[in-house]
Design a protein around this ligand. Structure first.
Ligand code: Z15
Length: 809
């Protein structure tokens, strides 16, 4: 075979007959079964392999094109990826929809049955993990040579169940049946060190003598681009014991369990995803996971760089590494260690190369989400990295002292080491110091980062700071999640190019006053509600889907639900707007306050459900286990999108974008990307309420007394009194008490404005034509929130990379 001319592959067939043939051959040769005895799982796995092969072929051509182009690569480092189900997306992206459907018919299985067997890899918590998935999708779509690096957790985010309304977690053994989408590459395994100590050799070079050695074994999943030939990958590392971790002596002595205990310990590193979103637990195993990801990925990146053979000084010219939050920020001292200790470069040269290679995305402003690790833990687990961090810190603080002579408080604030109450390493400071670009994830967030959390750094290095507003995949969250609306859009716009060029949705604006079109728009929303099957499809579907966190204020929505319940009870014959209120989301298992809110929502839902005077107007539903798959079902059914975080707390939000894109109107605060959504869809198509960031800051500073709101507002008082008096099965008193006594996130201060805004929502809903027009305009004007736009912003302002086109040859 001549590999210089094409890739030496006989192309797979694109006809229905060829697809069916390939599927049968996968059933026989790969599954080892027959049509007669095939189970649904056999059919599913054969289908996956048939689709996967067509993408693998494109992957081979992509690799060939990348080799030929020798481009600058983007490496996205993320501890989390929430990829969602793969089957439907890969069928869409491989253009095999029709032929796959025909082949499944011939086999006697339905597409729905196949989708049910397609397990979602839940390798993330929430927004940050799903953002990573949307960005890798968009990088492939824009033909950017990129690899996403992550961890292949054996157990993903826990499965949420409710027992008596309380969240109970179940393990997510997502690979129980294997994972047919994955390509293991054990030959690319890497060695990772932990613990031990450092020594210097005669030449003065530092050497790390590890106390534990673990192997990292990669496998990858394909990440196809939409409407292009590019197929990129995410490469996920799994920890394995090394040969030496097997204790032969103990084995010979019959101590079998003890003989493998070191290997078991090693494999625990990638055993389970930490289920905390936006809070840090500070567990040793978590730091081990982070270093494991970083060490394996950097060695792999360097291996790839060496294939090309250029001098190390060209490393940044060929690689940009984007850090998804501080979770992979150990990559900074790790690259320094590789360059200085292993490659023998001088500190200054290594530092310039390191800074030029990395960029850092910050996703929060919450102090409890900013990672810090005890120096003592670092010293034990990563002794050499601590030395390197001290050296980085010394040089950083020298720069601070020379720029701001005498300003010792600034030195203390900017240090990589927090001194009191305990010495800890500040990972965000490390990430800012070791990168050439730092970005927030929405305009307001980036501005607040520079004004508050990272103010000192933004003052010293103003050129480093950027904004890149988040975006979402229009393929997954509109084309796949909402097929009926997608068809309507395609027929209105004349083609389906909008899915790869979302600004084209603007073309829908000319139907904003077309009664027949609005009728279709409304019918589809109704059908999506019926498909979801939770509540009356003619009721207003009011949706709050996101992780449970007090700053997101599910409790504010709940207080309003209770108020609405009271209003209906007090006036059973009134013309109340029928609503289904849908909550969905998980709470971190150790976050008791969030779990109390979940339990109270379920209790309120049950009380309402048991009251026939109220059920015609109000229903509260809480489907368990919110994940990407469930989101794809709920989001297209939403009329109203709840984005009610306290202003200044939600970095961006991305559910807000998905919901607006699917024609939900937002009720929201001036927080995160809500501000940009409102600017684009138009203030008249958005329900705004509540304190803005300066007002919230000022209220807190001037002394906030939640009880005064309780005392002045009879409806608010009635809602809290109902909880306190046990009206909801005695559940939730601690929620009410915490609001009355502390209310960290100013829930009571925003209650009245929220209730009034909800009345404006009810009034707007009475005019269905006007509502539907606003819904259409939300979709038409949401093009900016495509992850394709986000990635093209990263590419032009931070990565400075060019696309590489892959041809069909
Ligand atoms: C996470 O999902 C987010 C921030 C974090 O600090 C962590 Cl640890 C997890 C979220 C933000 O809360 C959300 O506002 C943002 O849209 C999302 O990251 C993606 O940037």
């Amino acid at each position: 075979m001549d590999f210089r001319n094409g890739i030496g592959l006989r192309p797979l067939g694109s006809s229905a007959a060829e697809f069916e043939q390939d599927l049968l051959s996968n059933l026989y040769y790969r599954r080892g079964t027959t049509v007669e005895s095939a189970s649904a799982q056999d059919a599913y796995e054969s289908l996956v392999l048939t689709v996967r092969d067509r993408l693998a072929e494109r992957r081979a051509r992509t690799t060939a094109a990348h080799y030929a182009a020798n481009p600058r690569w983007v490496y996205y480092l993320s501890a989390e990826y929430l990829l969602g189900r793969q089957l439907e997306q890969n069928i869409l992206y491989s253009g095999t929809g029709e032929i796959a459907t025909a082949a499944m018919k011939a086999l006697g299985v339905s597409p729905e049955e196949m989708d049910e067997l397609d397990i979602e890899p839940g390798l993330g918590n929430g927004g940050l993990g799903r953002l990573a998935a949307c960005l890798v999708d968009a990088m492939a779509t824009l033909d950017i040579p990129a690899i996403g690096y992550g961890i292949r957790y054996d157990f993903g985010i826990f499965k949420q169940t409710f027992v008596d309304g309380a969240q109970v977690e179940k393990p997510d053994d997502w690979t129980f049946q294997g994972n047919p989408w994955e390509f293991p590459a054990p030959d690319d395994r890497q060695t990772v060190f932990f613990y031990g100590h450092t020594t210097r050799d005669e030449a003065g070079r530092t050497k790390w003598i590890p106390g534990e050695i673990v192997l990292g074994e990669p496998s990858h999943m394909l990440v196809p681009g939409y409407g292009t030939e590019t197929v990129n990958i995410v490469r996920l590392w799994r920890a394995r014991g090394s040969e030496s971790s097997f204790d032969l002596e103990r084995f010979s002595a019959g101590q079998y369990a003890e003989a493998v205990q070191e290997a078991v310990r090693a494999e625990n590193i990638s055993k389970v995803l930490y289920p905390d979103d936006s809070t840090e637990l500070g567990r040793e195993l978590r730091l081990k996971q982070q270093y494991f990801l970083v060490s394996c990925s950097l060695r792999d990146i360097l291996r790839r760089f060496r294939l090309w053979g250029g001098p190390l000084t060209d490393f940044p010219a060929k690689s940009v590494i984007q850090l998804n939050d501080t979770h992979p920020s150990l990559a900074i001292p790790e690259l320094m260690r590789l360059l200085v200790d292993e490659e023998g470069l001088g500190w200054d040269e290594a530092w310039l190369l390191t800074q030029r290679t990395f960029a850092y995305t910050c996703h929060t402003l919450l102090p409890e989400a900013l990672e810090t690790w005890p120096v003592a833990l670092f010293e034990r687990l990563l002794p050499r990295h601590l030395e390197i961090i001290y050296e980085i810190n010394q040089r950083l603080l020298d720069e601070v002292r020379s720029r701001y002579p005498g300003d010792i408080d600034r030195v203390r604030r900017m240090s990589l080491i927090q001194e009191a109450p305990e010495r800890r390493v500040r990972m965000a400071h490390l990430a800012v110091a070791g990168t050439s670009a730092v970005n927030g994830v929405a305009e307001l967030h980036s501005q607040l980062l520079a004004e508050t959390t990272l103010h000192d750094f933004a003052t010293m290095w103003p050129g480093k700071f950027r904004n890149v507003t988040n975006g979402v995949s229009p393929r997954r969250f509109l084309r796949i999640a909402n097929p009926a609306l997608s068809e309507l859009i395609t027929s209105a716009l004349g083609d389906s190019r909008w899915a790869g060029d979302l600004d084209r949705l603007r073309g829908l604006e000319r139907f904003a006053d077309d009664p027949a079109f609005l009728r279709s728009w409304r019918d589809i929303k109704r059908a999506n509600k019926a498909r979801l099957g939770l509540g009356d499809p003619d009721a207003l579907m009011d949706v709050m889907v996101k992780r449970f966190h007090e700053y997101k204020r599910q409790q504010l929505k709940l207080l309003h639900v209770i108020t609405q319940y009271h209003r209906i009870k007090d006036n059973p014959g009134g013309d109340h707007v029928p609503r289904t209120v849908l909550f969905a989301g998980k709470a971190a298992p150790a976050y008791h306050a969030a779990k109390s809110i979940i339990r109270l929502i379920n209790a309120v839902a049950a009380t309402i459900e048991a009251d026939p005077a109220v059920t015609p107007y109000l229903k509260v539903v809480f489907p368990p286990n919110y994940n990407v798959t469930l989101g794809e079902l709920i989001i297209p059914a939403a009329d109203l999108s709840e984005q009610i975080s306290l202003a200044g707390k939600e970095a961006s939000g991305t559910g807000n974008m998905k919901l607006a894109l699917n024609g939900a109107l937002t009720i929201g605060t001036l927080d995160g990307a809500n501000i940009e959504i409102r600017e684009r869809v138009g203030a008249e198509n958005f329900f705004l309420f509540g304190l803005d960031t300066p007002a919230a800051t000022e209220l807190k500073a001037s002394g906030y007394h939640p009880r005064s709101y309780y005392e002045r507002d009879p409806e608010l008082r009635a809602a809290l009194d109902a909880i306190m008096s046990g009206a909801f099965g005695g559940v939730g008193k601690e929620v009410a008490e915490s609001l009355l006594n502390w209310d960290e996130y100013l829930t009571l201060a925003d209650f009245r404005a929220y209730a009034e805004c909800q009345e404006a929502v009810d009034r707007a809903w009475q005019d269905q034509t006007a509502w539907t027009k606003a819904s259409l305009l939300n979709t038409a004007r949401a093009g900016y929130f495509s992850a394709d736009r986000t990635v093209s912003d990263y590419a032009s302002t931070i990565w400075h990379v060019e696309p590489v086109r892959v041809t069909r040859d």
